[in-house]
Ligand binder design. Structure first.
Ligand code: 13P
Ligand code: SF4
Length: 335
């Protein structure tokens, strides 16, 4: 059998070539590169990274890192955000085709039309958006700080929140904010984790805690279960992926039902090995996140690809919105 020299690193069947980790580490050292991995990455990628985290934590690390190169193991908008924050650094993503169905759910033209219908409104965009959309945005947010970001906007100002309808509904519910309009976009992975499945699993596991990502279609059902007493309210937690890890470290539950992309289970099990973590939907796997493979990470470091470029004018227009995002909700800082 022949193997492509550029795709060395993994053996057929998915096991890693001996020496893969050493070569990745050595090439990263030679490139002065920091390796960042999102919580939904493959376990091998999470384990080799210098930092694994949620999108807010990784954006902050990218902004503060002293390394001259950032290798972003995540999806394209995350690498683009790192480039917007650090235009002088080289940003690599192991596969530039790793997109995001949520980021694709609004175009910059659609946003401009929406803004024209609501002159004076403050635009809050989830970080899962293209650089062009960020350039038309006042403040970005992630699932970790969306509530704090919207709360920082004076109560009499209209808010346009995009593109995730479930996260938007969560923020509106928490803040009881009527003058907040929410774009009807969704992530195909999280929208597929539905209320019926969550309810059935909660009934079958009456002692389990529920960790639910606010992008999920079932977030409303989770709160409904808490509201009716079907699951005690203190066992229902709506959390970002980083928030889930913090909660796992302090949880006293013996089992937790996890409603988010399945890559999250790896970090949760490492953080709290004594807890039985179960996916609410074990088919909730993001094909874009899983495009970043050990072979492509090695290729990125050997060949310096795929380099991420953001048009400097767009980056300049989006930078203030992204910088406000990384400040708001920062422990000891922000608004
Ligand atoms: P977090 O911000 O919770 O990491 O979620 C981001 C996300 O959904 C990426 O797909
Ligand atoms: Fe985008 Fe959904 Fe994949 Fe996250 S899980 S990268 S929101 S498609």
């Amino acid at each position: 059998m022949t193997t492509s020299p550029t795709l060395a690193g993994a053996r057929p069947g998915g096991t890693l070539e001996p020496g893969w980790a050493d070569e990745v580490r050595e090439l990263a050292r030679r490139r002065d590169a920091v390796l960042l991995a999102h919580n939904y990455q493959l376990p091998e990628i999470q384990d080799i990274a210098d930092h694994t985290g949620d999108s807010l934590a990784l954006s902050r690390i990218a902004a503060e890192s002293q390394a001259s190169t950032i290798v972003f193991c995540g999806v394209h908008f995350m690498a683009e955000t790192a480039k917007i924050l650090s235009p002088g650094k080289t940003v690599l993503i192991p596969d530039a085709a790793a997109g995001c169905s949520l980021a694709d759910s609004i175009t910059v033209d659609q946003l401009r039309e929406w803004k024209a219908e609501h002159p004076g409104a403050v635009v809050v965009s989830y970080v899962n958006t293209t650089a062009a959309v960020k350039a038309e945005t006042d403040i970005c947010c992630t699932s970790s700080n969306a509530v704090e970001v919207v709360a920082s906007i004076p109560a009499d100002r209209e808010v346009l929140f995009l593109p995730d309808q479930f996260l938007g509904a969560h923020v509106r519910r928490v803040l009881s904010r009527e003058n907040m309009h929410v774009w009807a976009g969704e992530c195909h992975v999280h929208a597929g984790i539905n209320g019926a499945t969550l309810t059935a699993q909660a009934e079958a596991n009456p002692d389990a805690e529920l960790f639910v990502h606010p992008e999920c279609g079932c977030a409303t059902s989770a709160l409904y279960l808490a509201g009716t007493g079907a699951v005690p309210a203190e066992r229902v937690k709506i959390l970002s992926t980083g928030g889930m890890l913090d909660a796992a470290r302090t949880s006293r539950a013996s089992s937790v039902l996890v409603a988010t992309e399945v890559g999250m289970l790896h970090q949760l099990r490492r953080a709290a090995p004594e807890i039985d973590f179960r996916a609410v939907n074990d088919r909730a796997s993001c094909r874009y996140m899983k495009m970043i493979t050990p072979e492509k990470l090695l290729r990125a470091l050997r060949e310096g690809r795929d380099e991420v470029h953001v048009d400097p004018e767009l980056a300049a227009r989006g930078r203030a919105a992204v910088q406000r995002m990384i400040e708001i909700g920062r422990p000891g800082g922000g608004e």
